[in-house]
Ligand binder design. Structure first.
Ligand code: PLP
Length: 365
C-alpha cells in the first residue's frame, strides 16, 4: 500500500529551470534564467574561497554578519530581516505559514511560477487574476479577493513580463486589501529598476503588520548558484519565518559571498549599466526588425513570435538558449536574459536572420 499524499501536491508540475545545454554545441549562450552575464563579483568569489577552509563548521544559523550588512546597505532594521535559501524558499515558507487547505493564494496571471507551486504544495488554491497588457491589473486583482484569500504575491517587477506596479498603485493595493491578507512584494529585480515611480516596498513593510518584501542575491549580485534570498518583514512575520525555517537554511559560503557582493558597489553599478545599455539596444533593434518586444525594467525581455517553438529551434541551432513561456501561459513568447555584449549581438543577428531582416548586429548601442 502506498502512503497517501496531501491534496494539491499531485497537481504540481515540478518547476523546470532554464535549459543550460544544447546537444552538439559546446559553449551555448545561456539566456534562459535571468542570471548576471558579468558573473559574480571577484570579491564574492574570494570570500567564497576563503570560506572553504571552514566547511566542517555549521553556518551561523542567524546569518548575523550578512543581516548586518543588508541592514546597513539598505537602511533597514537587522532584526526584521530573515535570510532564506533563495527567495524561492521564503516564498514557500510564507505560504506554508500563512495558507493551508481551503485558503486561497492570489497573484496576477503571468506572475512568477513559484507562487502557484507554493500554494499547491500546502493544499491551498492558487488564483490567478487576469492581466491587462501583460501587467498586473490592480482592480481585477482586488476584485478576486475573497474571505479565503490569505496571501497576495506580487512580482514587482514581474518575471517574465518585465512590467511593474508604480509606488502609488502599490500603496493603493495595500490600502484596499483586507488587513489580514499578507501582501508579499517579490522585488527580485529591484536593483535593476531605474524608473522614478518605482518603489521596492520597504516603507509599506514598515507601515503595518501585513506586508513583506522579498529580495535576492541571484540577480544583480550574481550569486544564483549559492541560493541566498532575504525578506524584510514586520516583527510578527519575521518571528513566524524564524520559527518555520530550518536552523541552518543558508550556507556559510553563501553568507560570506553575499556579504562581499553587497560591498562591491562597483560590480553592481557595472552590472546595472551593462543591463540598461544592452536591454535598450536590443529592444530597439528587435523592434526595428519587426518583433513585438514587451517593455521591461528587469534584466530580461519578452518577445512575441508567430511560432515561438520554431524561433526557439532556430535560436538553439545558433547556440542561443532562451526560455519557452508555455508554463506561464505565454505560448507565443520567448523570454531572453540580457547577456554579454557578444551574446546580445549574436542574438540580434540570429533574430534578424530568423525574420529575414538582414544583419543589424554591427550597430552601436
Ligand atoms: C520574480 C522572481 N522571484 C523570485 C525568484 C527566485 O529567486 P531565488 O534565486 O532567490 O530563489 C526569481 C528567479 O528567477 C524571480 O524571477
Amino acid at each position: 500500500m502506498a502512503p497517501k499524499v496531501r491534496p494539491g501536491i499531485m497537481e504540481i508540475a515540478p518547476y523546470v529551470g532554464g535549459e543550460a545545454s544544447i546537444p552538439g554545441i559546446s559553449r551555448p549562450a545561456k539566456l534562459s534564467s535571468n542570471e548576471n552575464p558579468l558573473g559574480p563579483s571577484p570579491k564574492a568569489m574570494a570570500a567564497f574561497r576563503e570560506a572553504a577552509v571552514e566547511l566542517h563548521r555549521y553556518p551561523d544559523g542567524g546569518a548575523e554578519k550578512l543581516r548586518d550588512g543588508i541592514a546597513r546597505r539598505f537602511g533597514l532594521e537587522k532584526e526584521l530581516i530573515v535570510c532564506g535559501n533563495g527567495s524561492d524558499e521564503l516564498i514557500a515558507l510564507l505560504t506554508r505559514a500563512y495558507a493551508g487547505l481551503g485558503d486561497e493564494v492570489l497573484f496576477s496571471h503571468h506572475g512568477f511560477l513559484m507562487y502557484r507551486l507554493s500554494a499547491l504544495a500546502v493544499g491551498a488554491t492558487p488564483r490567478a487574476a487576469p492581466e491587462k497588457n501583460l501587467a498586473t491589473d490592480m482592480e481585477t486583482l482586488l476584485a478576486m479577493v475573497t474571505p479565503a484569500t490569505r496571501i497576495v504575491f506580487l512580482g514587482n517587477p514581474n518575471n517574465p513580463t518585465g512590467s511593474y506596479l508604480a509606488a502609488k498603485e502599490l500603496r493603493e493595493l495595500r490600502r484596499r486589501l483586507p488587513g489580514d491578507v499578507l501582501l508579499a512584494i517579490d522585488a527580485a529585480y529591484a536593483e535593476y529598476v531605474e524608473a522614478e515611480d518605482y518603489d521596492a516596498g520597504e516603507d509599506l513593510v514598515r507601515a503595518g503588520d501585513n506586508t513583506v518584501m522579498l529580495r535576492t542575491f541571484s540577480k544583480i549580485f550574481g550569486l544564483a548558484g549559492l541560493r541566498l534570498g532575504w525578506a524584510y518583514c514586520p516583527p510578527g512575520v519575521a518571528d513566524v519565518l524564524n520559527r518555520v525555517r530550518g536552523p541552518f537554511n543558508t550556507s556559510a559560503p553563501a553568507q560570506a559571498a553575499a556579504l562581499a557582493a553587497l560591498e562591491d558597489r562597483e560590480h553592481e553599478r557595472r552590472s546595472r549599466e551593462h543591463n540598461k545599455t544592452w536591454r535598450d539596444w536590443l529592444s530597439a533593434v528587435l523592434a526595428k526588425q519587426g518583433y513585438r518586444v514587451h517593455p521591461s525594467v528587469g534584466n530580461f525581455l519578452l518577445i512575441e513570435f508567430a511560432d515561438a517553438d520554431a524561433a526557439d529551434r532556430f535560436l538553439k541551432s545558433r547556440g542561443l538558449i532562451l526560455r519557452k513561456m508555455g508554463p506561464y501561459g505565454l505560448e507565443r513568447c520567448l523570454r531572453l536574459t540580457i547577456g554579454t555584449e557578444a551574446e546580445v549581438r549574436a542574438l540580434a543577428a540570429a533574430l534578424a536572420d530568423f525574420a529575414g531582416a538582414g544583419a543589424v548586429a554591427a550597430e552601436r548601442p
